[in-house]
Design a protein around this ligand. Structure first.
Ligand SMILES: [Zn+2]
Length: 446
């Protein structure tokens, strides 16, 4: 990117940083990350904002508005609303059938607006729930704005008490709210109901549980389709077998820290469809996700993501734990157990950004040793020699910061946002030759 192309992005970063940093400074940084570190534009911008203490989410967000402030042709707007009604139906667009969703949104001021979801895999708005909708746009219909949720939209379900709609708002009746929906693993979200799901059973075990009506067998396991894996619980004996492909109806989703879990019981039916389906081996691979996808689903089991290390968190390197409770101790003192015989450990906590969003990734000792090539014993020796336990953290920082990385593991979400429990990590060496060839090919076409 040349100076001219960089200029508007420098301006945008300067805006987010509220003039705290000189534009020349920002331009130098941006040029460096783009052209020396070869980070993507989005990741570079977010990294610079974070580096100077700004909020990277302020970069690409649309403007938050109340419904009464909506114009007739908003390009990108954020709304905090309650869904008053929601209908899913088939329409024909340009000769091909398409599933869309429409209904009514309301906000705390008691204003309402009609909405349409054009890509139900990006947004599934449920009546009675609150959402923060980002990157929506509006169009005019009979002189009123209507909110459209296209393929750029990002939705986040919000707590019930966050939007209190006045009683005066009239809720239209809708009959199709609980109509069965066919969903893939990647579309499963907490509190979904009446789902029809097809997948291959990758793992299965049975367990006896005590119920008020006596002993009962329940079954748990992992089921997968081409979009990912999900844990399931069957509260009824459907004669399930490992490796078979099943279609289950009337399933529902409960979540744990954002990781969806599929459940089905006596109200559901299991059939064995005859169809071509990915093999056990293909389905056992981790599915690649963008961090934005993970933000949307709130979590996932066994996924792969790739991004750039944009921050090294405190507590990376050689750490010491309480032998009683495993908490990290400071100077041999556990906040619960007082002075203890501390146990050394290695850990890495980083922030990875893939240009769409950021995630915290935590690596325990085994993963840290494999990634850095530094064992706990070597780390302890080096800390003793230099009399500085922080030397290891600094070494990890040098090795990882601003580097492209690929991570595999489970992703959860909690009050601190998304985090990955990393099971495998590797630094990605950018293939400069292929990039150069791709660039040349592009030039030839022009
Ligand atoms: Zn303790």
């Amino acid at each position: 990117m040349n100076k001219e192309e960089i200029a508007p992005h420098v301006k945008e970063i300067a805006r987010v940083l509220e003039g705290k940093v000189k534009e020349q400074e920002i331009e130098k940084d941006l040029d460096n990350y783009l052209n020396v570190y070869r980070m993507s534009l989005e990741a570079s911008k977010r990294h610079i904002v974070r580096k100077y203490g700004g909020d990277p989410n302020a970069l690409t967000k649309g403007e938050r508005k109340m419904l009464s402030q909506l114009g007739l042709s908003e390009q990108s707007v954020d709304l905090l609303v309650r869904v008053m009604s929601s209908n899913t139906r088939e329409v024909v667009v340009g000769g091909t059938p398409k599933t869309i969703q429409s209904g009514l949104l309301a906000d705390e001021a008691g204003n309402t607006v009609k909405f349409t979801v054009w890509d139900v895999s990006k947004a599934d708005l449920k009546a009675g729930e609150n959402y923060l909708i980002r990157y929506a746009y509006t169009k005019e219909w009979s002189g009123q704005p209507e909110v459209h949720l296209g393929n750029r939209v990002v939705i986040e379900q919000r707590p019930q008490d966050e939007v209190k709609v006045p009683d005066t708002v009239i809720v239209p009746q809708t009959g199709s709210y609980s109509a069965p929906v066919t969903a893939k693993v990647s579309e499963l979200k907490e509190n979904m109901n009446n789902i029809t799901f097809t997948g291959r059973v990758l793992a299965l075990r049975s367990k006896e549980v005590e119920t008020p009506s006596g002993k009962k067998a329940m079954f748990t396991g992992i089921i997968a389709d081409e979009t990912g894996k999900v844990e399931f619980t069957a509260w009824h004996d459907f004669g399930l077998k490992e490796n078979e492909v099943i279609t289950v109806t009337n399933a529902y989703v409960k979540g744990w820290k954002g990781i969806p879990r599929l459940s089905f019981g006596e109200r559901g039916q299991v059939t064995r469809p005859k169809l071509k389906f990915p093999t056990n081996e293909e389905l056992s691979q981790a599915v690649r996700k963008s961090i934005e996808d993970l933000e949307r689903s709130g979590g996932a089991s066994d996924v792969v993501l790739a991004g750039t290390v944009v921050d090294i968190k405190k507590g990376t390197g050689l750490i010491f734990r309480c032998p009683e409770c495993n908490r990290v101790v400071q100077k041999g003192v556990c906040q619960v157990h007082g002075k203890v015989q501390q146990v050394p450990d290695l850990r890495i906590k980083i922030v990875v950004d893939d240009g769409s969003a950021a995630i915290t990734a935590v690596m325990k000792r085994e993963v840290t040793e494999r990634l850095t090539g530094v064992t706990l014993k070597e780390a302890l020796d080096e800390a003793r020699e230099t009399m500085d336990p922080e030397v290891i953290g600094h070494r990890f920082e040098e090795k990882l910061l601003a580097k492209p990385i690929e991570l595999r593991g489970n992703v959860i979400s909690d009050d601190y946002g998304l985090s990955m429990n990393v099971s495998e990590a590797k630094l990605v060496i950018p293939d400069v030759k292929t990039e150069a060839e791709a660039l040349l090919a592009k030039i030839e076409v022009i």
